[in-house]
Design a protein around this ligand. Structure first.
Ligand SMILES: Nc1ncnc2c1ncn2[C@@H]1O[C@H](COP(=O)(O)OP(=O)(O)O)[C@@H](O)[C@H]1O
Ligand SMILES: [Mg+2]
Length: 273
């Protein structure tokens, strides 16, 4: 039987500026259009990208929740596009310093989302700093965004290597962005595949789609309106919608505690190694 629990997946990359936030936002829209209940966790602590892309300024973020200044309902920002945003603004390192009682309160608050949600999409920062690693470790699936640029490949490889060798993560999904066509996307994916196959053991990489370079993406960023709204028939939106269809079919592992609680538990109670 297909699990009815929510799935937590991350959108991540080694290199910055590869399209993560645009993809995360538009995947959230595509999934919402299929009738799914989606929360986008803005976990890119460096740049408040989700806000900028949507032209919004949420009043509260997780920091206010940790401080007890706001409840979860105040923090969840309802967008006009059918999904909600959970703005982050503080790193995992700060979260780890919360008292055990406070952490339990947070877990209980987060647990209330379990029944109300189909997907928690985590937009991470780039690179291999602790925040990026911890959010990726806590997520149930990771979508690595690649582009044809050589640095995107080497940085994605570096991220996968750390997650594999130090944290035993062994499966990754790959979405190639900014491609000319499917042929180029496959080549880019194959390069990463070969590097992983050669130098790492037991890594499974699955190509889940490609998103062409599309002028509507840049235009939408300037308009601060997602491209699946400004150009729903455009190539980028069609590709993201197709990826969302694939994501919809993924098996959702079921955690005893519930998947949302499990995600936060892994973040908040992680053992430093
Ligand atoms: N498929 C695409 N076609 C054209 N431009 C794109 C595409 N994807 C991303 N971009 C450009 O890349 C920029 C960075 O994207 P962004 O989502 O902010 O990346 P990241 O979150 O990885 O840093 C966007 O502002 C946009 O101009
Ligand atoms: Mg971003």
């Amino acid at each position: 039987m297909k699990s009815t629990m929510p799935l937590v997946f991350s959108i991540t990359s080694g290199k910055g500026g590869v399209g993560k936030t645009n993809i995360a936002v538009n995947l959230a829209i595509a999934l919402a259009r299929f009738g799914k209940r989606v929360i986008l966790l803005d976990a890119d602590l460096g740049l408040a990208n989700v806000d900028v892309i949507l032209g919004i300024t949420p009043k509260y973020n997780l920091f206010h929740l940790f401080n007890g200044e706001a409840g979860l309902e105040d923090i969840l920002y309802q967008t006009e596009f059918g999904f909600k945003i959970l703005p982050s603004a503080s790193g995992v390192t700060e979260m780890l310093q919360l008292s055990p009682e406070h952490k339990m309160e947070l877990l209980d608050a987060m647990d209330s989302l379990e029944e109300e949600l189909d997907f928690l999409v985590v937009d991470t920062g780039a690179g291999i700093n602790n925040d990026v690693l911890y959010f990726n470790l806590a997520a149930q699936e990771r979508i690595v965004i690649l582009t044809p640029e050589p640095t995107s490949l080497t940085d994605a490889y570096a991220l996968i290597k750390v997650l594999r060798q130090h944290h035993k993560v062994d499966h990754f999904k790959v979405l190639v962005n900014l491609t000319a066509d499917q042929k180029e996307a496959k080549q880019v994916y194959m390069r990463l595949y070969q590097a992983c196959d050669h130098f790492l053991t037991g890594v499974s990489l699955e190509l889940i789609g490609f998103i062409p370079r599309d002028a509507s993406v840049r235009e939408s960023v300037i308009k601060q309106t997602p491209f699946c709204v400004t150009a729903p028939e455009g190539a980028a939106c069609k590709a993201v919608t197709q990826a969302a269809h694939t994501i919809e079919t993924w098996d959702v592992p079921a955690s005893l505690d519930g998947n949302i609680k499990f995600f936060w538990k892994r973040l908040l109670f992680r053992q430093e190694s």
